[in-house]
Design a protein around this ligand. Structure first.
Ligand SMILES: *Cc1c(COP(=O)(O)O)cnc(C)c1O
Length: 246
């Protein structure tokens, strides 16, 4: 592994090559653009997943242009957001880890995005607890695309109902932006693509049903090329930027 700066360069290169290979606009966003941006669905946002790495690693990534960071563990993230308060207005913080009902309040207060909403109760709490002074919390619904019984995420059959209910929550508090998945890890590229294609099809079906969604949060260090090929608009990359987690 190189430095965080050179790793970031390498990951950006991988995204650009993956975009070029599938004829997509190779623009890399450092933060997810607002929902009005018509071009949003064409470029790819690079989310740097900084879980288990300290605030200094985030500062280093920031110095090399990263502006959106993903965290898994609420307590760890809150400490990091606090330690990086001086950069707060320039950063977008995304929760990509599981969210329990008793942790929604600090998340609603501190984060910009939550990718892992998989039941209405959580979305309702986040909407109710989002401070009125802040912009709406942007959320994705996590979908279980691999069908493993143990995986979190809403089942595809339950998705349309959940999406409609979440989209109906007060928009000034919470805005449904799209879908997220954590597929079953596999080195088989065609299987990676099949699982990513499934999420893309589910998003298309919701759009066809009238929901204005623009975000497909899929692809990690090991499978970002397959995800970009299948339409990902946001890749969540940890180890390829920060190194192996201890
Ligand atoms: C850890 C994590 C990532 C980043 O994984 P890498 O393989 O290190 O890139 C992305 N998404 C989620 C939900 C994660 O938990």
């Amino acid at each position: 592994m190189g430095s965080i700066g050179s790793n970031l360069q390498e990951v950006r290169g991988r995204i650009e090559r993956a975009c070029a290979a599938s004829g997509r606009d190779a623009h890399i966003f450092t933060q997810v653009p607002g929902p009005q941006a018509a071009h949003a669905a064409r470029g790819v946002t690079l989310l740097a997943v900084s879980k288990t790495f300290g605030a200094e690693a985030v500062r280093e990534a920031f110095a090399h242009g990263a502006r959106a960071f993903g965290e898994n563990y609420v307590q760890e993230a809150l400490a990091k957001i606090e330690a990086l308060a001086d950069l707060r207005s320039q950063l977008q913080w995304h929760l990509v880890g599981p969210l329990q009902g008793n942790k929604t309040r600090p998340v609603a207060e501190a984060f910009d995005w939550v990718h892992t909403v998989d039941r209405l109760k959580i979305a309702e709490r986040l909407a109710a607890q989002r401070p009125p002074g802040l912009p709406p919390l942007e959320v994705c619904l996590q979908v279980n695309v691999s069908g493993e019984a143990s995986k979190s995420g809403v089942e595809p059959t339950e998705l349309p109902g959940l999406a409609a209910a979440v989209a109906a929550l007060p928009r000034e508090r919470l805005r449904l932006r799209g879908l997220m998945s954590i597929p079953q890890p596999t080195e088989d590229i065609s299987e990676q693509r099949r699982q990513h294609r499934r999420l893309c099809e589910l998003l298309e079906a919701l759009r066809a049903g009238g929901l204005a969604l623009d975000t497909l949060s899929m692809g990690m260090s090991a499978d970002l090329e397959a995800a970009v090929a299948e339409g990902s608009t946001l890749v969540r990359v940890g180890s390829a930027i920060f190194g192996a987690r201890g």
